[in-house]
Design a protein around this ligand. Structure first.
Ligand code: ADP
Ligand code: ADP
Ligand code: MG
Length: 501
């Protein structure tokens, strides 16, 4: 059995660091690759060795397969971990890695290929009678036929890119009158983003929850699941808040969904870590959406409730070791929530708000985990995904995890750009989130920019202190000691303004 001694991480930011930390714990040396935009990144300093592989655009660096393989050869690397995004779901890359005699820490190129196409994935999964959203089984090549199918399914429908990912290439069609226009848009979006314009139709589930199952498989056909994550708080069909376990399912549904997920993984002879995504309607019917053949952004919530280090398991599996965890060994302990801290302005349609982290002080304390890839003074590059950090809290139950999250968000101090922190604080305190009645329409239904401009009690108190400070400054009789007190509360008020606005 090959023993991995040196890993190259073909990624950047928080996920590169997260993988290196586990590698270090396992006594494995680490190699970072980086673009010119990431020269000063923590992931570069953390690694035992680091090599610049090109200019800032990812096509010249993080996606440059030849350069990455050359670094492996030069530095005597045994294995590559691709993280998420970039080359992680590129079957051609996984194949090349294998061909040059390196270990790819992930599934086989064949599994990636099948699951990389949502249509091929459904076809593979259909061997196991997995529930599917009603829709077209193949890519659409005849529009009239597609329209007939759409009206038999019933509007609204969703046009989806088969090669899609990251919420791109998806269009809701409310009625037949919009069909052609939305179809044209979906095809051109898919072509531009994935180089593949194949699209298909699914019934649009109007009030759905996104629930996914983490799986792990080894090279000997053993596949287990590590329960669910609920990721229904989304914008642009992309997740912002995730948690485990889900408040919306019963132990029976958990078992059924887990069983389906293991079968989906089996349908493509899966090994490594993967995620099977489902969508669930109001009547708790669930349907298979897709499988992501990689480590997922939100994997930490699963780690918190199961105590399993998913990256460690990925590395062990890649070495050819059999799974040592059996399904019966796994138990859910407590509750974990993750929020994604993006450099985005929630009050401006969640558009990226790129800039410099003038202040960057992260939260800490019992039950708080921060996976991040930036430091104070650094700029968020425009070239990549604008995620700054993931903030994860863990408590013995959901209420505690929520309370810890609000406390941690209030401790987080970021200035210089807008982030999703105020939005996430709003989510944590919203009745629909607290009572579990939320679905993927949360943002559209409950959020508008003005909900963030209401001041918290603390801010109102701060504002009162500020006004009294201004008034007492103007007063010739004011005593120095009073001024000092007032100044302290003024500066706290300022810090809070930076932290949450
Ligand atoms: P997750 O379920 O892991 O949260 P996301 O959809 O948020 O998955 O994607 C994770 C990362 O990978 C993001 O940076 C996203 O932009 C990127 N990504 C996902 N799928 C694709 C794809 N097909 N092409 C390009 N980038 C992708
Ligand atoms: P991606 O590859 O972009 O992640 P998914 O198929 O996983 O694509 O869908 C992303 C999100 O889009 C889901 O989490 C869900 O919010 C929404 N979505 C996908 N399919 C449907 C559907 N049939 N009905 C309603 N919403 C859907
Ligand atoms: Mg998805």
């Amino acid at each position: 059995m090959p023993q991995i001694r040196k890993i190259l991480i073909a990624n950047r930011g928080e996920i590169a660091l997260r993988i290196m930390r586990t590698a270090r714990e396992m006594g494995i040396a680490t190699v970072a690759v980086f673009s010119e935009a990431d020269r000063t990144s923590p992931h570069v300093r953390y690694a035992d060795e680091a090599v610049c592989i090109g200019a800032a655009p990812s096509s010249e660096s993080y996606l440059n397969i030849d350069k990455i393989l050359k670094v492996c050869e030069d530095l005597g690397v045994d294995a590559i971990h691709p993280g998420y995004g970039f080359l992680s779901e590129n079957a051609g890359f996984a194949k090349r890695v294998k061909e040059v005699g390196l270990i790819f820490i992930g599934p086989s190129p064949e599994s990636i290929e099948v699951m990389g196409s949502k249509l091929a994935a459904k076809q593979a999964a259909s061997k196991y009678n997995i529930p599917m959203v009603p829709g077209t089984p193949d890519a659409i090549d005849d529009r009239d036929e597609a329209k007939r199918i759409a009206s038999s399914i019933g509007y609204p429908i969703l046009i989806k890119a088969s090669a899609g990912g990251g919420g791109k290439g998806m269009r809701v069609v409310e009625s037949e009158a919009e069909f052609d226009e939305q179809m044209d848009r979906a095809v051109s979006e898919a072509q531009a983003a994935f180089g593949d314009g194949s699209v298909f139709i699914e019934k649009y589930i109007t009030s759905p929850k996104h629930i996914e199952i983490q799986v792990l498989g080894d090279h000997y056909g053993n596949i287990i699941h590590l329960f669910e994550r609920e990721c229904s708080i989304q914008r642009r069909h992309q997740k912002v808040v995730e948690e485990a376990p889900s408040i919306s399912i019963t132990p029976e549904i958990r078992e059924e969904m887990g069983h389906c997920a293991v079968n989906v993984a089996r349908s493509c002879n899966y090994y490594g870590a993967g995620t099977v995504e489902f969508i669930m309607d109001e009547n708790r019917n669930f349907y298979f959406l897709e499988m992501n053949t990689r480590l997922q952004v939100e994997h930490p919530v699963t780690e918190m409730i199961t105590g399993v280090d998913l990256v460690k398991e990925m590395i062990r599996i890649a070495e050819g070791q059999p799974l040592v965890i059996a399904q019966e060994d796994l138990q859910i302990r407590g509750h974990a929530i993750e929020i994604r801290v993006y450099a985005e302005d929630a009050t401006n349609h969640f558009l990226p708000d790129i800039g410099t982290l003038h202040t960057y002080v992260k939260p800490d304390g019992n039950g708080v985990r921060v996976d991040d890839g930036f430091e104070q003074g650094m700029e968020i590059p425009i070239y990549y995904d604008p995620m700054i950090a993931k903030l994860i809290t863990y408590g013995e139950n959901r209420e505690t995890a929520i309370r810890k999250m609000v406390r941690a968000i209030d401790e987080y101090q970021i200035s210089g750009l807008q982030t999703t922190l105020p939005f996430c604080r709003f989510v944590m305190q919203h009745d629909a989130f607290v009572n579990g009645s939320f679905d993927t329409n949360f943002v559209g239904r409950y959020f508008s920019p003005d909900v963030l401009s209401t001041k918290t009690d603390d801010e109102v108190a701060g504002l009162a202190a500020l006004i009294s400070a201004l008034l007492s400054d103007a007063s010739p009789e004011s005593k120095p000691v009073q001024n000092e007190e007032v100044n302290t509360s003024t500066s706290k008020w300022k810090a809070r303004r930076f932290a949450t606005h």
